[in-house]
Design a protein around this ligand. Sequence first.
Ligand code: PMP
Length: 371
Amino acid sequence: MSRAINFNAGPAALPLPALERAREELLDFAGSGMSVMEHSHRGKEYEAVHNEAIALLRELLAIPDDYDVTFLQGGATQQFAQLPMNFLGNGKTGDYVVTGAWSEKAVSEAKAAAGMAGGAVRTAVSTGTGDGKEKSYTRVPAAAEIPVDPGAAYLHLTSNETIHGVEFQDFPATGAVPLVADMSSDFLWRRIEVSKFAFIYAGAQKNIGPSGIVVAVARKDFVASGRKDIPKIFQYRVHAENNSLYNTPPTFGVYLVRNVLAWQKSVGGLDQIERWNREKAGLLYGAIDGRPDFFRCPVERASRSVMNVVFRLPSEALEEKFVSEAKKRRMIGLKGHRSVGGIRVSLYNAATVEWVTVLVGFMDEFARANG
Ligand code: PMP
């Protein structure tokens, strides 16, 4: 078997040991004579996996005790609506930092949800320039550009814009205003100071596991302040109080999350994972910057993403050729998002330094042959 060199943006590559473990345990989980998928979500076999996944997350990220860790469904997209449903009741306002396509979507869904509840949504700052098809995002705002309104119910940001390759390296201090982050594409690639945030959510399908699960890390008092007059299934409080077992969770997905997190711990935790990620990003940005006549990264240096590296070649025709020649060498997932074009390389935790070395070698060859 020869595994693909998978640079997909999500669903993305999973660490091989996590998949091998799943293969190993598939037909007979923990000596039970059945797969984990066939167990009740209320049984002790599944419960052990569920609790292990949560405990591993707590350990890897050093999550303080006054935070809940919950598994939610509906993707990060559902959180765009669920968050304002919980926190933007009558007259409340949510402030949004807009740095790319995903924060734009978060604002638009929040407007619809807040509108139903009598709340409001404001764009605190946007780094977008141009309009329509020409709209571009090439940086995150400096802390001084982000107005923190003490009256806001929360301030929302997208820590990493998966499509535009723009990432916050540091997070703004928001004082008493709860800071909320969509960390879907840069959760768990390094340590973060969880206590800076009131609420973090992340779709699993990049660094945590398969699609179908959203991990939320949320301060208990913030969760408790959410509305109680919306359907229970949408109340964060209900999921937290029930240890993410209010209704049937995606059990096999949680099991795979457990395998991925156990692998992260086994290799040395987030310190080691961060070292690898910085090495990968250093190699790739180095290759781009090393040939400025051929490759060009549109993102400002201080905002460059360690997870999603975007760049352009001299023409769209060459970009197409680049993607198709890379594919012949088993490298897939290099085409930029359809809304922005170009090349995108997603360097999530399961992408290895060796993969990036192969890619960088190919880039050099390609530039010499086509420059
Ligand atoms: N936010 C970000 C930053 C994302 O990258 C994505 C998916 N790529 C989403 C939200 C939406 O996630 P989902 O498709 O799981 O709803």
